[in-house]
Design a protein around this ligand. Sequence first.
Ligand code: A2P
Length: 276
Amino acid sequence: MHNAVPALKLRSGGTLPQLGLGTWPMDDAQAAAAVALAIGQGYRLIDTAENYRNEQGVGEGIRAAGVSREALFITSKFNREWHSIAGARQACINSLERLGLDYLDLLLIHWPNPQQGRYVEAFAGLQQLQQEGLVRAIGTSNFKPDHLQILLQHDMVPEVNQIQLDPYHPRAELIPLHVQHGIITEAWSPLGRAGELLQDPVVVDIARQHGRTPAQVVLRWSTQSGFVVVPKSADALRLQQNLSIFEFSLSDEDMLQLGVLGRPDPAMLDADSFGH
Ligand code: A2P
């Protein structure tokens, strides 16, 4: 039996589990199977998006798992065509219909799309949805410091910013700003994108010392740093391994060693030029 997944307090009052299931790039059928399996194992946070085109499958998985809605934490995200007050509302209603739910625990602006320049309106739409009760917590995804600063100038503070983050991408330019404003950091692709991180000698050596897998060490580094992680897996054993990272802890020395692995990545998606 794994230890319970710790949860972080959201400003709006709820709690966000520190580990959940990512569902990109699963299709509906894969998502339905993985979500049901993961909830059966003890996962409660499920992360999807309009753009993943699998919300129907996620909804099927939720219903098949038979766990009460209140026990789950369901996140979705919307695309740039909905960056307006009315648009955010329509995007939310569309996601709810596809998922078969009557509220979301967290809704995020998927990418800032600064050329379009309408994420402030999108965030105002999120605030209205929260007041209406269709969404419990609101936030952003892939926002860089400049984008967050513009929201902050409008007294808009996301509860969560979901970003690419792992020991190779520690995002030092963002984390202090998150901490300063009480924004929870949620990591997508927390295992790194190309598999290289899981073969890094530092990671492999720490894993060997703890009798754990490299993936467990990397996820533990994130959660022990105070972040939320949503690794994707469709594999029962890996789902279980990812869930059992709360059974061990890394030493201060391990954390320091993992904390200096950051390096430039020219291939990293840049939210100033990429978005949907
Ligand atoms: P799989 O579904 O076959 O387990 P993302 O970057 O989108 O979070 O995806 C994570 C990738 O890492 C997926 O390809 C997933 O593949 C793989 N993965 C997930 N958990 C583990 C694990 N514990 N060990 C190794 N690979 C993993």
